[in-house]
Design a protein around this ligand. Structure first.
Ligand code: C2E
Ligand code: MG
Ligand code: MG
Length: 604
């Protein structure tokens, strides 16, 4: 018989950190995994009963001693109650095996003995028995022995696995935990990241303020990092209950954090920057505010190391490289990751200044009536004039802006500027032009889109009916309820709603009816092939028919040829946008384009 009950992670005992309250300590002790090996299963059951009554809950019972060594190796219990006289493999042999095994050497073993032979006891003692308990067991004696043994073990573990100054796991436990997490990650096919934080100037602080102040500072830093890990959204929820093993003080001024279940390497980068931010907020040392700088090295499992030791050493190596790049940096171990990260960081820091430095500009692409060829309006398309890289197309920097939250100020600027410009043109005589503005997913999900649009309209004097909000299908399909509410609010403002890139996302026909939409823009990929691919032609036809049935305005994007134009005209597409008429134009050129077209069509 082998019986494992509630076998959580065996080394729970290791978690006893700086707890002095007796009750607290007892609950921790009760989480210990207790293994018992005795060929008489009745004995096992009686002992389990006593221990259960006292609050213990994790048991491994084994009445086949031949299986004992494998099970101990596998389960690494916190304590073993071992019978001596058993057929097949005796308790002596098991004890001897354990004491010669690196992994099992320190597991306490209480010998259950009915033998009154003092020689046996002496021999067991010699082999490394921790204590004795005579059979039949007396309940109170049993509980006392088990508790005392576990308490001593907890204390030893505390010394062996925890950093005395901060109460955090030390390097040894961290490596242990990391190994375990890696095994889980391997099974689940997840990635993980290890962040190694190396504080600057710890020695200077010790020298100037004395070692006591230095120690307090390290404790404060540990608390800050712990607090960060506890609240960080980048650290998977599944491990929050057990985050203790994920942070460690691995050396004097060095901490490590493990991010299990890493979804994206970006998250490691974000985590590193947040830690650096948190540290740079400053600490009070002897009434002086000290701003700490640090360097963080990041290694990724499995790319940069498949073992815990290797991951830690690659992360340490990377933190050294971060230091060479200047203070308060983070650095990935892998070269590619770094290059990618650096390029992105540079771009991001430049993007932060883009608005203030007037590097953003809106271009306007005309939208033409397919029947009369008059210009009905234009789409505002964002351009970034980068000081070194030249013109950067929106598809490159908008995803970055979304990721970093910069989309909010940028998007607000686009809305404000496009309203201002449209109103200015209307006042110059281009009176009925409407403006279409792209709104990204992040912007749509932000809470004040309606206010931003309302303010822009109000402050510029542009009437809402001239403003068209373009969103993609995937943007509104995220949270349907919320989208429904928001679209209705926008609609109530009096603006128009358009679905951009229609046909590329998950189009659900029912929402087209449910949402208060005004317009559909057929994605340019279908227009491109209307003449070569029958399927695309069929899709375009179907979309136009659908829009007509739902009384929605239909716009075709990316029209480049006359034959595409006539295909669309024949099917009754309302508006055309594309290079055939005009590329997106800088604002200086837009009015003359409109005037030219008006002259051509004779509409004044
Ligand atoms: P979109 O909204 O679908 O914009 C149409 C894109 O197609 C524009 O690219 C436009 O220049 C291009 N285009 C127009 N006619 C033709 C044509 O005949 N042939 C070809 N090959 N292309 C044509 P652009 O300006 O590079 O913008 C790309 C995307 O970036 C936009 O796609 C939009 O999703 C996004 N974007 C642009 N400006 C903004 C903005 O202010 N805010 C947000 N959130 N996204 C923007
Ligand atoms: Mg668009
Ligand atoms: Mg589009």
């Amino acid at each position: 018989m082998m019986n494992i009950e509630d076998n959580g992670q065996g080394n729970e005992m290791n978690q006893i950190a700086n707890k002095s309250v007796a009750g607290d300590e007892l609950t921790h002790l009760h989480k210990a995994t207790i293994m018992m090996v005795d060929d008489e299963s009745l004995n096992l059951e009686i002992i389990q009963l006593h221990l259960e009554e006292a609050g213990y809950s994790r048991f491994i019972l084994l009445d086949q001693s031949i299986e004992a060594m494998d099970t101990i190796m596998q389960e690494e219990p916190d304590i073993l109650l071992l019978d001596l006289m058993m057929p097949e493999v005796t308790g002596f042999e098991i004890l001897q095996y354990m004491r010669s095994n690196e992994k099992l050497k320190y597991i306490p073993v209480i010998i259950l003995t009915s033998s009154s032979n003092p020689e046996d006891k002496l021999y067991a003692l010699e082999l490394g028995a921790t204590d004795f308990l005579s059979k039949p067991v007396d309940a109170s004696e049993l509980l006392l022995r088990v508790r005392n043994t576990l308490t001593v073990k907890a204390y030893q573990d505390q010394l062996a696995y925890y950093d005395a100054l901060t109460g955090l796991p030390n390097r040894r436990l961290f490596v242990d935990r990391t190994s375990w997490t890696i095994q889980q990650a391997e099974r689940a096919g997840h990635a993980a990241a290890l962040l190694h934080i190396s504080l600057d100037r710890i020695k200077d602080i010790n020298d100037s303020f004395g070692p006591k102040a230095g120690k307090t500072l390290i404790q404060d830093v540990a608390k800050t990092i712990q607090e960060y890990v506890r609240t960080a959204d980048v650290i998977s929820n599944s491990r929050k209950d057990n985050d203790e093993g994920l942070i460690a003080r691995v050396a004097e001024g060095e901490f490590s954090i493990l991010l299990p279940d890493l979804k994206h390497s970006e998250h490691a980068s974000i985590a590193a920057r947040r830690v650096l931010d948190a540290l740079s907020r400053g600490f009070l040392v002897e009434n002086n505010r000290i701003v700490l700088t640090a360097n963080i090295g990041i290694s990724i499992y499995p790319e940069d190391g498949k073992t815990a030791e290797r991951l830690l050493s690659t992360a340490m190596n990377a933190s050294g490289q971060a230091k060479m790049a200047g203070r308060n940096n983070h650095h990935f171990y892998s070269k590619e990751m770094n290059a990618h990260n650096i390029a992105k960081l540079k771009l991001e820091s430049h993007l932060r200044d883009a608005i203030d430095k007037d590097q953003l500009e809106l271009y306007y692409q005309p939208q033409i009536c397919s029947r009369t060829s008059t210009v009905l309006g234009m789409e505002a398309l964002l351009r970034w004039h980068h000081p070194e890289l030249g013109m950067i197309p929106p598809n490159t920097f908008i995803p970055l802006a979304e990721e970093t939250g910069l989309i909010t100020p940028i998007g607000d600027w686009v809305i404000q500027e496009s309203c201002r410009q449209t109103r200015a043109w209307q006042l110059q005589g281009l009176d009925s032009l409407s403006i279409s503005v792209n709104v990204s997913g992040e912007q749509f999900r932000s809470h004040n889109l309606k206010e931003v649009i309302e303010n822009a309209l109000h402050s510029t004097g542009l009437e809402p009916r001239y403003f068209v909000v373009e969103v993609t299908e995937s943007t509104i399909m995220g949270d349907l309820e919320r989208s429904f509410d928001l679209l209705n609010e926008l609609k109530a403002l009096g603006v128009s709603l358009s679905i951009d890139d229609f046909g590329t996302g998950h189009s659900s026909l029912s929402y087209l009816r449910r949402f208060p939409l005004d317009e559909i823009k057929i994605d340019q990929s279908f227009i491109k092939n209307v003449h070569d691919k029958q399927e695309d032609a069929a899709i375009v036809e179907a979309i136009i028919a659908l829009a007509k049935a739902l009384r929605l305005r239909i716009v075709a994007e990316g029209v480049e040829t006359h034959s595409q134009l006539s295909f669309l005209q024949q099917r009754g597409c309302d508006e055309i946008q594309g290079f055939l008429f005009s590329k997106p134009l800088p604002k200086e050129h837009f009015p003359s384009f409109v005037n030219q077209e008006q002259a051509k069509t004779g509409s004044a």
